[in-house]
Design a protein around this ligand. Structure first.
Ligand SMILES: *[C@@H]1O[C@H](CO)[C@@H](O)[C@H](O)[C@H]1NC(C)=O
Ligand SMILES: *[C@@H]1O[C@H](CO)[C@@H](O)[C@H](O)[C@H]1NC(C)=O
Length: 424
């Protein structure tokens, strides 16, 4: 066919593409138009869930739309204004307070598109900025879908360098640093950056995050929960390790010793999750001390669990928080070994000693009121996520100081007006 001259050929190609696009477009518009979302396979949210949704009136039916978010993105030739409306993204800053304190997010993902889309729409606000790191080992189709989605927003982008992230490996830290390099150049005037993974979900609303980060203790400080490296963790940084890309981290040889940390730094041990000021991020990227520590950390075990908290104990680091201990309520996690002390058991099930939440874990998560909760799986316990998502969006809209747009409502509701009337 391409024996035809070039112009005719590209015209035909274009025509063909348009027809296919229009056909798919019409089909998906039909299936995903908000009013058509409720289908016989949808079920009303359970009574357990309704107990957490105080704004709901009796007799109002709420439906979940399993799987449709994913198919929507994968199928359609994206028209962004429709996508933003149909997936219920919030399109205006909801208060002056939030507009004046933009946040940056780093989200590291590799699977479960549906979960990612729902996480993104829960944390998305137009004044913030989002760097998404898609694992280099993710299927191209997954990456393409994420790319399609983020291209609909001018404050959301894919990290231009992708790592093959290995559990406990340096690559995990490198993924965050790739995003930080790009966020440092962003023209959005973000004040703090937080990092998330694909199995997290927010508990606090954007307004509550902004308020929490500005309470006196945290206003100009970085949050990196952690303590002096305990003896039981010494092996992580005392011996040389090697990252088997995409698989695991192993000892190098039969226990080769590492040199001491540079600049006589005391090594700390903490969580891989943080809330950092912009000045601190610049320090991480530019200061020779931070860079030397980074270089030294390359052959350690799980460097993301010592790097941030150790740099945050360097006196010269902007916003450093010397001996802050475990303070900073970033994420609610149910660890198996904290059963009976911190929580009353996992109502879903444990994977690697961390609870995958079931719906009956929600009262604990809500009471705990951390910034985020981890972990969720939309396939194993769909109800837990559906319910938390609905609860979170209700709260977000209730706190808004601008008029609520119809498309920001998540659920298909028998009577959409009742929510507004009852919460006005
Ligand atoms: C997207 O769809 C809307 C209405 O459904 C239409 O007004 C708009 O022109 C479309 N945009 C593009 C780029 O096709
Ligand atoms: C995105 O677009 C909006 C509206 O056009 C504009 O106000 C905002 O500054 C833009 N944001 C970025 C990060 O470019």
């Amino acid at each position: 066919m391409c024996k035809l001259d070039w112009k005719k050929c590209s015209f035909l190609l274009c025509l063909g593409m348009s027809i296919i696009c229009s056909a798919i477009y019409l089909r998906t518009r039909f299936v995903t138009k908000p009013k058509h979302l409720a289908s016989p396979s949808d079920k009303p949210l359970s009574t357990e869930c309704r107990a957490f949704l105080p704004h709901m009136e009796d007799g109002v039916k709420w439906y979940n739309h399993k799987g449709q978010v994913e198919s929507y993105i994968l199928n359609s030739c994206i028209n962004c204004s429709n996508l933003i409306r149909d997936l219920h993204f919030i399109t205006r800053p909801l208060s002056r307070e939030e507009e004046d304190y933009p946040l940056a997010f780093i989200v590291t993902v590799h699977k479960e598109l549906e979960l990612f889309v729902r996480l993104l729409r829960a944390i998305y606000m137009p004044q913030n900025v989002y760097c998404i790191h898609v694992d280099a080992k993710a299927p191209w189709k997954y990456r393409a879908a994420v790319q399609k989605l983020v291209s609909c927003f001018n404050n959301t982008f894919l990290s231009s360098r992708s790592e093959t992230v290995t559990y406990a490996g340096f690559s995990r830290l490198q993924a965050d640093l790739n995003c930080m390099t790009e966020l440092a150049r962003s023209k959005v005037g973000w004040r703090k950056v937080v990092n998330l993974c694909g199995q997290d979900f927010p508990v606090k609303s954007n307004l509550e995050l902004v308020q929490y980060m500005q309470i006196e203790r945290w206003r100009d400080r970085n949050m990196t929960p952690g303590i002096k490296q305990p003896a039981s963790m010494k092996h992580r940084t005392a011996l040389q390790h090697i990252e088997i890309r995409g698989s695991h981290v192993a000892l190098k040889g039969s226990g080769l010793k590492k040199g001491p940390p540079p600049h006589n730094l005391q090594v700390y041990f903490g969580t891989a999750y943080y809330a950092l000021t912009r000045a601190f991020v610049d320090f991480v990227l530019e200061s020779p001390i931070a860079r030397d520590l980074l270089e030294w950390s390359k052959d350690t075990y799980s460097p993301d669990e010592h790097y941030w908290v150790t740099v945050n104990h360097i006196k010269e680091a902007p916003g450093s928080h010397i001996d802050g201990g475990w303070a900073g309520d970033i994420r609610a996690i149910k660890w198996r070994d904290q059963e009976g002390r911190v929580h009353n058991g996992c109502k879903g099930h444990y994977v690697r000693d961390i609870c995958i939440y079931g719906a009956n874990d929600l009262p604990w998560i809500i009471k705990r009121n951390s910034m985020f909760a981890n972990k969720f799986e939309s396939n194993t316990y769909p109800e837990a996520l559906d319910c938390l998502e609905q609860w979170h969006r209700n709260k977000v809209l209730k706190q808004a100081t601008v008029p609520i747009q119809q498309s920001w409502l998540l659920a298909t509701q028998g009577n959409c007006n009742s929510y507004f009337n009852s919460s006005a």
